[in-house]
Design a protein around this ligand. Structure first.
Ligand code: PMP
Length: 356
């Protein structure tokens, strides 16, 4: 049975996009694949209004998080940590032998520019990581304010951003904010199946990468660019079916218009938050709620597991809380190609099941 996914990844994929994958296979060393990849890269730049380099990898987002560290981080790196995924980047950093420091903030609270300022002021930092949308808590960290602070007071510090669960749903100005590497996965607000991840890389991040001798192999930005310049193919075998799906989805995003898509996400977020505060409580610190998912505090002590079981019978699925927040919170995603009609349907079904 098809269950419509209101979980923060993988999110619901439209049938048209699923079907776009079902074509006879082509070789990845063909002109045809090079053209497909070129189209995808150019459309991504157009959607995101960026002039930075765009590299789509056959990987999940975590690969691109590790890749960003390997490509550009050689000195001390500050990881802002306010949830499971920001903590993962810190752990990856340590696993890669980086000089990793963490700035820990309580789960559910946002990282604020003054906190970053206080830490960077200690000196010696080469890079900073920010999880723009912390999927474990539903917090949207204020990337705009943090980036403005860093760009004005610490211009040499590279800014690496995890936008895994927000890119192409939420909006922020990658070039205007001077972000050096932004990474995201296909199975979230891009509304594709899992399997692709993107790194959006500034010129100075690319220049830096070229000086790093042990930058690794699979995610090497310079190697990717060299291959693009040759024939727009990828150094290793790509998930060709997913590139077809991506090509079709980017067309759909361009037809909708990225700003309209963002407005749709804002509207769904506002609706879901209003609903959550009517019957429960919104978990994140007010003013810092995610645009792509709403984390709800389980103030009524319901069984989230049972609720999801009942929703399943009606062809829908939401997400339990993450880690220690399991049963204490639950998460309703509103990302990708979901609509207001979908959000009314899922919240209506929850209200009906719980007799709210
Ligand atoms: N960062 C964030 C904010 C995420 O939500 C996730 C996935 N839930 C990841 C990183 C990891 O991405 P992936 O599962 O695609 O490796």
């Amino acid at each position: 049975m098809h269950k419509k996914l209101f979980i923060p990844g993988p999110t619901e994929v439209r049938e048209e996009i699923l079907k776009a994958q079902a074509q006879w296979m082509i070789g990845h060393r063909t002109k045809e694949f090079g053209e497909l990849n070129k189209r995808v890269v150019e459309k991504t730049k157009q959607v995101l209004a960026t002039k930075n380099y765009v590299f789509w990898y056959t990987s999940s987002g975590t690969g691109c998080m590790e890749g960003a560290l390997r490509n550009v981080v050689t000195g001390k790196v500050l990881h802002t940590v306010n949830g499971a995924f920001s903590d993962r980047w810190f752990k990856i950093s340590k696993a890669c032998g980086k000089q990793a420091e963490s700035l820990a903030v309580e789960w559910g609270k946002a990282v604020k520019p003054e906190m970053v300022d206080a830490e960077l002021a200690k000196g010696g930092y080469q890079a900073l990581t920010i999880t723009q949308n912390e999927t474990s808590t539903g917090v949207r960290n204020p990337i705009e304010e943090i980036a403005q602070l860093v760009r004005s007071k610490y211009p040499d510090v590279l800014i690496l951003v995890d936008a895994v669960s927000s890119l192409m749903g939420d909006w922020f100005d990658i070039d205007g904010l001077g972000l050096d590497v932004v990474v995201a996965s296909s199975q979230k607000a891009v509304a594709l199946p899992p399997g692709l991840a993107v790194a959006i890389v500034s010129q100075r991040a690319l220049d830096k990468c070229r000086t790093v001798r042990d930058r690794g192999y699979y995610f090497d930005y310079d190697a990717m660019l060299k291959r693009y310049e040759k024939d727009f193919q990828t150094p290793t075998t790509p998930a060709i079916s997913l590139f077809w799906a991506l090509d079709a989805e980017l067309d759909a995003i361009l037809r909708e218009g990225m700003q309209n898509r963002y407005q749709r996400h804002l509207e769904m977020a506002q609706f879901t938050r209003d609903w959550a505060s009517r019957y429960f409580k919104v978990f994140p610190e007010p003013g810092y709620e995610s645009v792509t998912l709403t984390t709800v505090s389980n103030t009524r002590g319901i069984s989230v597991k049972d609720l999801n079981g009942e929703l399943g019978k009606r062809g829908m699925q939401i997400s339990n809380g993450y880690g220690d927040l399991k049963e204490k919170t639950f998460r309703i995603a509103h990302m990708g190609d979901l609509t207001m009609t979908d959000m009314k349907e899922v919240t209506g079904a929850i209200a009906d099941i719980l007799k709210l």
